[in-house]
Design a protein around this ligand. Structure first.
Ligand code: ZN
Length: 501
């Protein structure tokens, strides 16, 4: 059995190597590649992805898994070997249920649809992209139907990114959250908007980066096992546990852009750098789900990085980095500026309080579209109505309404959005659990120290990689299921000191 498992691991590592090679090509494509490389790079990535898929869906893997089942059953559920076999089986079953020709059809249509969207959005022309979106919806439904026996048609699609989550677990949670959030947002936005002009002066990039590098180093990001580069749409990427990189974007006239994309991506990277090295190159090497991953980026970016305690320590340093720009700006003004709440049209620009309303709107529409309750042609109008109900404003056009996110136009409908809000909810829930175990974390943050928090996260979350599904992990770490109360408590206490609630 041991030698069979070893053979399986060797095979799995080769598949991982193909994936890592693709990640390097992708990282290069979005950072340093000259435009002339685009066509060939697309082909190279497609080749690697096809080879990896072929290797992973090889019946040989199925045979290994069958042969290893008795061994798996003889082991404790949370042993590394049992978990590896279990995770591989889940992935194998998913990958083999969908015929490669159908996956190719989805990918080709997505590429075409994306091209149409890149023109339709600036031209504010929903009708141009409508037939493509209709086909995306149809293909998403067909994809779900390769996984019969679901409770809700969105479930298989949600499961791709947030394994173990279902429409029936997410929907009531989001409905409850929306009920709490809408009045909080209304109360805040009825008060004068925070003045954030202090963030919109000229901040030379080199000093911004020097400051932010120091912050993420203190968080525990290891530059010996990672690096930071510039890109248009920031992301974290991993080639091995010893090479976890972040890409970021800075703006000289907006201090928050670079700083908070650094702390966000560093949060994702801390998770990956903290994976148990025994899992290197195997299916357990990587985060538990997109929601859990996002919980880490949000925890470091917002719960820590936009907190008052954090800035009590770092603001004097920021002022000495930018004495002309911030020397005369009091910390209260700065703190309010980085936590400004406003009704806005664009999800990616939204603040902590309103962000989830943007996400929940999309999640609800995905379910309605998949259920057939809402037709694609009625989506722009439905968008305006829901926006009015949640935000009290109506987007002036579809460009900044239903056309704003690439997700539905370049991929499928269903499963693409819930992870962002699950991440916010979970980030607060995990942080509350860490504080309960180590109340000293609060005073450490005020002293610019993050070791206790980072160690707790490593011990309880990072090292496990994807050994546990998100629901299993949440139960183990917090002693119960996913709950919105810690998040609501967090928002109320933080924004209660900034605004009267
Ligand atoms: Zn993220």
């Amino acid at each position: 059995m041991e030698s069979k498992l070893q053979e399986l691991k060797t095979h799995l590592m080769e598949i991982n190597d193909l994936g890592s090679a693709a990640s390097i090509l992708h990282w290069d494509q979005t950072t340093y590649m000259p435009p002339g490389g685009a066509a060939a790079r697309g082909r190279q990535l497609a080749t690697l992805s096809r080879l990896a898929h072929e290797k992973f869906t090889d019946p040989k893997i199925g045979k290994f898994l069958d042969d290893l089942q008795p061994y798996e059953e003889s082991l404790p559920y949370d042993s590394d070997d049992a978990s590896l076999i279990r995770a591989t089986r889940r992935g194998y079953e998913k990958a083999t249920k969908v015929p490669p020709s159908f996956m190719a059809e989805i990918q080709n249509h997505a590429a075409e649809s994306y091209q149409v969207w890149t023109k339709a959005r600036p031209e504010n022309d929903f009708s141009a992209v409508q037939p493509y979106l209709e086909k995306n919806l149809d293909l998403s439904r067909q994809l779900a139907d390769f996984f019969p026996g679901y409770e809700h048609i969105a479930d298989p699609l949600i499961d791709f990114s947030d394994e173990g989550m279902k429409a029936s677990t997410v929907r009531p949670l989001f409905a409850e959250l929306r009920e709490q959030l809408v009045p909080i947002m209304q109360t805040i936005t009825a008060q004068p908007t925070a003045d954030d002009s202090c963030l919109h002066q000229t901040f030379p990039e080199a000093q911004q980066l020097e400051f932010a590098d120091d912050v993420i180093k203190r968080f525990g990001y290891d530059f010996e096992r990672g690096r930071r580069d510039k890109t248009h749409h920031p992301f974290m990427t991993k080639f091995s546990i010893g090479d976890v990189r972040i890409t970021i974007r800075t703006k000289e006239d907006d201090l928050s852009e670079g700083l908070f994309s650094m702390t966000h991506e560093a949060g994702h990277a801390l998770y990956e750098q903290g994976t148990c090295t025994d899992y290197e190159g195997l299916p357990l090497d990587g985060g538990a789900s997109s929601g859990v991953h996002e919980s880490q980026s949000r925890l470091w970016e917002n719960v820590v990085g936009r907190s008052r305690g954090f800035w009590n320590f770092f603001y004097p340093k920021l002022q000495s980095t930018f004495p002309d720009q911030l020397g005369d700006v009091p910390i209260d003004t700065f703190y309010r500026a980085i936590n400004k709440v406003e009704r806005s049209l664009i999800r990616t620009d939204a603040d902590e309080v309103t962000y989830n309303l943007h996400v929940m709107l999309r999640f609800d529409f995905e379910l309605d579209l998949l259920e057939g309750k809402l037709a694609v042609k009625d989506l722009p109008e439905a968008w305006r109505e829901r926006f009015q109900a949640d935000f009290g404003i109506v987007p002036p056009d579809d460009r900044d309404g239903v056309l704003q996110d690439v997700h539905w136009y370049a991929g499928g409908i269903g499963g693409g959005f819930q992870g962002y809000t699950l991440g916010n909810i979970l980030g607060a829930q995990f942080f509350a659990a860490a504080l309960e175990a180590h109340p000293e974390i609060t005073s450490e943050i005020e002293a610019g120290q993050f070791g206790t928090l980072h160690d707790w996260l490593k011990e309880n979350i990072y090292q496990h990689g994807s050994k546990y599904t998100a629901p299993e992990l949440i139960e183990r770490v917090t002693g119960g299921p996913l709950r919105i109360e810690p998040y609501i408590h967090y928002l109320r206490s933080k924004y209660g000191t900034l605004y009267s609630l």
